[in-house]
Design a protein around this ligand. Structure first.
Ligand code: NAX
Length: 332
């Protein structure tokens, strides 16, 4: 058997981690032959809860799980890791202003950035899930200057999966028959779920999704709104935010990064190099393809309509504002 892949999950005592850890440990992400070493970081008051999670992982008696390291210390958590799944973040409490939330998270991701820089492998792949995911990812990348910028990402795969499922549901086809749904921009309600390039298999025929749907109003209004507000709809119904679907999306994101996407397109937040006119240096979700060398490349040459341009710019403007606000705390 090969050496274990060392995977850090932060927010490890939380609800997304509860689904995520099992999937990783049983081989859903790195394959059924790859041993895993799991490092679980949470804050000190959650250590007793984390002990329970560790007990449950042991009780699963999983063949691939080489070891489990629970900790509240960043220096231990980030040591020699191959993959960092940063799920833990300061949650928004009632009455909390957006800027207070940003301020609390800047503190967390600044500190974790320094730990990542000092202790992780330089090849580490980083996925930020904790919200505001794009801006948190930008902050951590800034404080880990020895790690290549290409190694940082944030999760928008849940939004992509939601978009794919909406189309499948609308056409009464299975999810695998819907491809190339795109999420542009921020993991927030300004994100732009885009069907202009999506294709579907209907009755054995491959065709543009919009042609199959034949409902421009649905594509431009209901579909976009539903995907943008899906997180809120889950909270309203479940009284808790998305966890099972978020964990599944994290697994999809990491598996595709690790093994490549082949011809498929997936969406992920990455640091913009200026593609599609998006400001360089911004953590923005693009459609990408990933080769087996784990290099992420933005899908080139897509035609951007005026409708799409406007929506891509709106979500870009929100990200610029978030970034400027977050960085103002760093300079203060
Ligand atoms: P929970 O509140 O259940 O768990 C969060 C855990 O993070 C807690 O155990 C908490 O103690 C821990 N934590 C807080 N500060 C920490 C720190 N400095 N270091 C390590 N751990 C820390 O939240 P959960 O439902 O698991 O959601 C986690 C995060 O994912 C939230 O920020 C949430 O908004 C975000 N989400 C992001 C999504 C995305 O697509 N990018 C979708 C799902 C989810 O809403």
């Amino acid at each position: 058997m090969s050496e274990p892949v060392k995977v850090l999950v932060t927010g490890a005592a939380g609800q997304i981690a509860y689904s995520l850890l099992y999937s990783i440990a049983k081989g859903d992400v790195f394959g059924e032959k790859q041993p895993i070493s799991l490092v679980l970081l949470d804050i000190e008051p959650m250590m007793a809860v984390l002990d329970g999670v560790v007990m449950e992982l042991q009780d699963c008696a999983l063949p691939l799980l080489a070891d489990v390291i629970p900790t509240s210390e960043e220096a231990i958590a980030f040591k020699d890791i191959d993959v960092a799944l940063l799920v833990g973040a300061q949650p928004r409490r009632e009455g909390m202003e957006r800027k207070d939330l940003l301020k609390a998270n800047v503190k967390i991701f600044k500190s974790q950035g320094a730990a990542l820089d000092a202790h992780a492998k330089k090849t580490v792949k980083v996925v930020v899930v904790g919200n505001p995911a794009n801006t948190n990812a930008l902050v951590i990348s800034r404080f880990a200057p020895s790690i290549p910028k290409e190694n940082f990402s944030c999760l928008t795969r849940l939004d992509q999966n939601r978009a794919q499922a909406q189309v499948a549901n609308k056409l009464g086809i299975s999810n695998e028959n819907v491809q190339r749904t795109i999420i542009w921009g921020n993991h927030s309600s300004t994100q732009f779920p885009d069907l202009a390039h999506a294709v579907v298999h209907v009755n054995g025929k491959l065709m543009p999704a919009q042609e199959a749907i034949k409902d421009d109003n649905w594509v431009k209004n209901d579909f976009i709104k539903t995907v943008q507000t899906r997180g809120g709809a889950v909270i309203k119904a479940r009284k808790l935010s998305s966890a099972m679907s978020a964990a599944k999306a994290i697994c999809d994101h990491v598996r595709d990064w690790w093994f490549g996407t082949g011809e498929r397109w997936v969406s992920m937040g990455i640091i913009s190099k200026g593609d599609y006119g998006i400001s360089e240096g911004l953590m923005y979700s693009f459609p990408v393809q990933i080769a087996t060398d784990r290099v992420v490349k933005v899908v080139p040459g897509l035609t951007i309509s005026d409708f799409a341009r406007e929506k891509m710019d709106v979500t870009q403007a929100e990200l610029v504002e978030e970034r400027d606000c977050a960085f103002s705390f760093l300079e203060a």
